[in-house]
Design a protein around this ligand. Structure first.
Ligand code: BV8
Length: 232
């Protein structure tokens, strides 16, 4: 019984039409990341940040899981060991793929950078399904001085589920990284934890990532081709 950890990044959703972060122009949907994905940006210009996430949340209605998301869901349905799917993505494409193909008992999906479809209260941290477009000073239902913000881990904030992730990495037999540039920490360091645990490490990406030399193997090409191939 093998224990599996898979990490995904925006590259797995690219062929669904969801923009990746580090496209050639370095801008992300017309913005510099630090202008929209930091607590300082939210404090400085909440209208800009709420609008940026409102637009991305609205776009989810126009995209669908692709063959790579579905291949992972098929794998999760038949995997007989522990399978932790860690996504850096805040879209719900993995969630939808696994809802269509229910996973086996040992499967768990965690969003380490949060979820577009959720919001949290700035005063209490309580997380709820996002009630729709958020206003710059969206009142929180949990605290008179709270505001609802996107439930997104911004740069400089601590990723979610880190204990769960590090525990799974320390005991995994196979670690697969899919569609990520290896530019963002601590996700970029997960392969080193897996290597230290003696796991086989594989990178599936359009091209070698910044950390490609840390992997035992690399298979390069579009996710909708290399992921189903790897999972079969
Ligand atoms: C933390 C939510 C401490 C936002 C995201 C200096 C100052 C301040 C901080 C730092 C610093 N130096 C380092 C840091 C830490 C910082 C960091 O790493 N900065 C980088 C930029 C240097 N990290 C943090 O701040 C993190 N927090 O460190 O806290 C800590 C840590 C551990 C324990 C305790 C405390 C928080 C980072 C989270 C930021 N939030 N997302 C939002 O979505 O709005 S990160 C963001 O980047 C997304 O989540 C994204 O997933 C992630 C990584 O990017 P990728 O997914 O890899 O996307 P990218 O475009 O880069 O690459 C796409 C890849 O896909 C490419 O390789 C491409 O070839 C490939 N591809 C494209 N098309 C396809 C494809 N592959 C296959 N098929 C295709 N068709």
């Amino acid at each position: 019984m093998q224990n599996l950890v898979i990490l995904t990044g925006s590259g797995i959703s690219a062929e669904s039409g969801v923009p990746t972060f580090r496209a050639a122009d370095g801008l992300w949907m017309g913005h510099r990341v630090e202008d929209v994905a930091t607590p300082e940006a939210f404090a400085r210009d909440p209208a800009l940040v709420q609008d940026f996430y409102n637009r991305r949340r609205a776009q989810l209605a126009d995209v669908q899981p692709n063959a790579a998301h579905r291949a992972l869901a098929d794998l999760a349905a038949r995997w007989d060991g522990d399978f932790l799917l860690v996504t850096q993505n805040v879209d719900d494409l993995h969630d939808r793929a696994h809802a269509e193909t229910p996973p086996a008992a040992g499967f768990e999906l965690v969003h380490m950078h949060g979820e577009l479809l959720k919001a949290h209260c700035t005063a209490t941290g309580r997380v709820i399904d996002c009630p729709g477009d958020l206003a710059p000073d969206q009142p929180s239902p949990f605290h008179p001085r709270g505001v609802l913000r996107p439930h997104i881990v911004w740069f400089g904030e601590i990723p979610l589920h880190m204990d769960r992730i590090e525990t799974a990495l320390a005991r995994c037999d196979l670690f697969v990284s899919i569609g990520t540039s290896g530019a963002v920490w601590p996700a970029a360091g997960f392969v080193q934890i897996a290597n230290h645990a003696g796991a086989r490490t594989v990178e599936l990406n359009l091209e070698p990532s910044f950390g490609s030399r840390l992997f035992d193997e690399g298979v390069y090409g579009p996710a909708t081709e290399v992921v189903p191939g790897f999972c079969s």
